[in-house]
Design a binder for this molecule. Structure first.
Ligand code: NAP
Ligand code: HSE
Length: 431
């Protein structure tokens, strides 16, 4: 049980840390009433003590040594919004061992080291909270852990990377090129320090690993996620998808195939029908569909990145940690992974696909392609000749649902086929 003001040590004063600082100043009175105790930021760790900040912070609150925060007996809660892996893991484990609750937005760390962090929190009876690690300001971690705990969840699917959704939206709606759209996303504070993680799908893969672990009570780590980013998506694909009645989104998907006792967990650029609710999720917005046996379909929607939306989730966790500290009930809801469900091999998953190829522009070529697809059990839903480029024609095919292994074999055969000049990477199609 805690009486008197609660002291927070804030690690990081970048995009998210600045938002946390602002929200905690701005809403201090309500936060104290909701949490049951006043809460103050006592110390802030940054890398560069001389950097100009958009918030005015007393100089003596700053340190460039984050270890000071985790070792300070005065600090009750450590809020980690600086990022990083091995050093940060070590700092957070030390904080927990020193009896401090931890709030973090660091999905990289959780998707890799979630188990040891949660186990350590349990051992030292502290809270370890990470609502902001997935979908920024959109509440999804606590809903999966608590509000939907009465369900058997079969699927979690959504848009969980703001940067790529911003880029794809700008490419689709304003015809912007990839680089310009990425630069804008970086200026708005959505992108990771190294945006490779966003555009190659790794950021979304870390988040879907976290969501799958929560939804299916079975630990999924980053390396188990099948990942494809948006760098291979061209403006031609965006245009053809539109003509076919789709928009391209970077979808993160986690499905539980109860019959086969296996999970499918993937991130991939996907054609989504224009009338699907996810098609309307634009800019840095995120949205997550959850399908449960009791709730049916529930959708969570909001800003998935940026200063204040992310701070909203972080500060919500701080309030929860203060309440638990005040009532002496820390460490109530930690690791919820009590099963060990295997991941399905990619080849054994099923989907519809969009294929694009440059082929020889002469009679019989469409027939030759159809034959190869047919031999691999790939059934064609539609096939279009889009345009001619010199003596080559551009072909777009949308398939019916097919086993991914068969589709990959057919694509490999087509790549080597004498009528095919270029086979572009296939894209998944949702219906
Ligand atoms: P950021 O703008 O780069 O800020 C990082 C902050 O941490 C900076 O203040 C930096 O100090 C400080 N820092 C970094 N390394 C440090 C070290 N070794 N010692 C002391 N301080 C250090 O990052 P961000 O966008 O706020 O993201 C922070 C975390 O939140 C990441 O884990 C990210 O994945 C996660 N996240 C971000 C968002 C978002 O929208 N940006 C959303 C959800 C989750 P200086 O200011 O002196 O450089
Ligand atoms: N870079 C991330 C995104 C920030 O664009 O969604 C939120 O984790």
């Amino acid at each position: 049980m805690k009486e008197g003001p609660v002291k927070v040590g804030l690690m990081g004063l970048g995009t998210v840390g600045t938002g946390v600082y602002k929200v905690m100043q701005r809403n201090a009175e309500d936060i104290a009433l909701r949490a049951g105790l006043p809460v103050t930021i006592a110390k802030i760790a940054v890398r560069d003590l001389n950097k100009e900040r958009s918030v005015s912070v007393p100089r003596d609150m700053l340190t460039d040594d984050p270890r000071e925060l985790v070792e300070d007996p005065e600090i009750d809660i450590v809020v980690e919004v600086m990022g990083g892996m091995e050093n940060t893991l070590d700092l957070l484990l030390t904080a927990l061992r020193n009896g401090k609750s931890v709030v973090t937005a660091n999905k990289d760390l959780i998707a890799e080291h979630g188990r040891v962090l949660l186990d350590t929190a349990a051992e030292y009876r502290c809270d370890f909270l990470f609502e902001a690690s997935v979908a920024g300001g959109v509440p999804i971690v606590r809903p999966l852990k608590q509000c939907l705990a009465g369900n058997r969840i079969s699927q979690v699917m959504g848009i969980i990377n703001g940067t790529t959704n911003y880029i794809l939206t700008k490419m689709t709606e304003e015809g912007l090129d990839f680089e310009t759209a990425l630069r804008q996303a970086q200026e708005l504070g959505y992108a990771e320090a190294d945006p490779t993680s966003d555009v190659e799908g790794y950021d979304a893969a870390r988040k879907i690993a976290i969501l799958a672990s929560l939804a299916f009570n079975s630990r999924v780590v980053f390396s188990q996620v099948e990942v494809a980013g948006i760098t291979s998506v061209t403006d031609r694909d965006v245009r053809y998808a539109r003509e076919l009645g789709y928009v391209i989104k970077l979808l993160a998907i986690a499905k539980h195939d109860e019959e086969r006792g296996a999970l499918e967990v993937a991130v991939r650029p996907t054609l989504v029908p224009v009338d699907h609710p996810l098609a309307a999720v634009g800019g840095a917005y995120n949205a997550i569909f959850v399908r449960g046996d009791a709730v049916g379909e529930a959708m969570f929607h909001g800003l998935g990145a940026g200063e204040l939306p992310t701070a909203s989730a972080v500060v919500g966790d701080v309030v929860e940690a203060v309440r638990n500290l005040r009532d002496g009930v820390r460490g109530r809801i930690l690791c919820t992974c009590y099963r060990n469900i295997p991941i399905k091999p990619v080849e054994e998953t099923y989907s519809r696909f969009y294929l694009r190829a440059l082929v020889a522009d002469r009679p019989g070529v469409l027939g030759a392609m159809a034959t190869v697809l047919g031999e691999h059990g790939v059934s064609i839903a539609s096939m279009l000749q889009k345009s001619s480029r010199g003596d080559l024609a551009e072909i777009v095919v949308v398939t019916h649902t097919v086993r991914q292994g068969s589709l990959m074999d057919a694509v490999a055969r087509l790549r080597d086929h004498e009528v095919v000049d270029t086979m572009f990477p296939p894209l998944h199609v949702e219906h």
